[in-house]
Design a protein around this ligand. Structure first.
Ligand code: ASP
Length: 349
């Protein structure tokens, strides 16, 4: 069943919303009030499409928690009036914004589909039109009971629909720019859109949407590397006001075993800083008990981020810290799946 649905299109910025000025050839931001004129194919979908655009549009490198709040506010204010939402966003930080929204929109029961493009919508070989049209189709899709097919925050890019907090931008050149290495795609887009209904989140209909706006940015992402010096590590772990560290480790969550390094981490943990272990690998999970090099992190009080992306771990800890929980509660929540962002079962040995 897919009767006329209403979709709110929110253009935040990014390449997708650009069009070539026919006289100068320069790329300019496109006015979404004239969307149907510029993308007449949308009429054939038969849905009611309304648009809101950021003024000025934001290159996604300039996204920040205040702007995530703005997107959440737009979704919240319009939640009851639309069947689904499409968020057009620059690709560079789309995985961060999608991850953030997956936590900020608790009990979401409607589709919030992010998309963008590698080439502007006004360029001949654009991937933007196809992404835009498919994202609207997915945001409008209903099942046989009239319920939305994809009631979660996701990213549609090229041929895949992926859970937002599982994605990463992995290619700055190809049309297939995103991957979801630790969770299968929610849908494959070909001649038909083939949804994998068993792995799409099903909301608890008895609960209302609950939005969260408070994010605490006293967090750092610290990618370890061979050759780090004590000065560097201590400089990072002693940043004034620091509350959490996303520690990007090797392999299954390993790091150097030098005593000074373990001591520096332990001292930070003792000062109430939450350190979350995330692997530098694209796929797989942190498993700190596997090698001595991971075990010593666990002994220092570092908590496992399991198979979370850095983007998910970062935005999740910002949101949890925004709630002013005691440190032990922050650690517990970081190890608890809140929006399908992690699988915590230990790897079978
Ligand atoms: N720099 C642009 C952005 O992220 C690239 C894009 O839209 O894909 O906003």
């Amino acid at each position: 069943m897919n009767e006329k649905a209403s979709v709110l299109l929110i253009y935040t910025g990014g390449t997708i919303g650009m069009i070539e000025n026919p006289e100068t050839g320069a790329l300019e931001s496109f006015n979404f009030d004239h969307l149907i004129e510029n993308v007449p194919e949308l009429k054939k979908l038969g849905h009611t499409i309304s648009t809101i655009q950021f003024d000025p549009p934001i290159d996604s490198s300039d996204m920040n928690p205040a702007l995530w709040n703005e997107v959440v506010r737009i979704v919240e204010e319009n939640y009851d009036y639309f069947d689904g939402f499409v968020i057009l966003h620059g690709t560079d930080t789309m995985a961060y914004t999608a991850s953030a929204l997956s936590f900020m929109l608790e009990n979401l029961a409607k589709p919030v589909i992010f998309t963008g493009s590698q080439l502007p919508v006004g360029v001949l070989r654009t991937d933007g039109k196809e992404n835009l049209i498919t994202a609207i189709e997915i945001a409008a899709a209903k099942d046989e009971n009239g319920d939305p097919v994809v009631p979660e925050v996701s990213i549609l890019f090229e041929s895949l629909l992926m859970r937002g907090n599982r994605t990463k931008k992995v290619n700055a050149e190809n049309f297939n720019a995103f991957a979801s290495p630790n969770y299968p795609p929610l849908a494959q887009v070909g001649i038909h859109i083939k949804y994998d209904r068993h792995i799409i989140h099903q909301p608890d209909k008895s609960k209302d949407l609950c939005t969260h706006y408070l994010m605490d940015s006293n967090v750092v992402v610290f990618k370890i590397f061979p050759g780090m010096t004590p000065q560097m590590v201590n400089a990072i772990l002693n940043i004034p006001g620091l509350k959490a560290v996303i520690l990007e480790t090797f392999g299954a969550g390993n790091a150097m075993t030098k005593q000074w390094f373990t001591n520096a981490l332990k001292s930070a943990v003792d000062r109430g800083i939450v350190i979350i272990n995330i692997s530098q690998c694209l796929s797989g999970s942190v498993h700190m008990g596997l090698y001595e090099t991971g075990n010593q992190l666990m002994l220092a009080g570092v908590v496992s981020g399991f198979d979370m992306t850095v983007e998910a771990a970062l935005t999740k800890v910002m949101l949890i810290l925004g709630h002013d929980h005691p440190v032990e509660k922050v650690k517990e929540l970081m190890c608890t799946p809140l929006a399908g962002e992690m699988i915590t079962e230990p790897i079978k040995e």
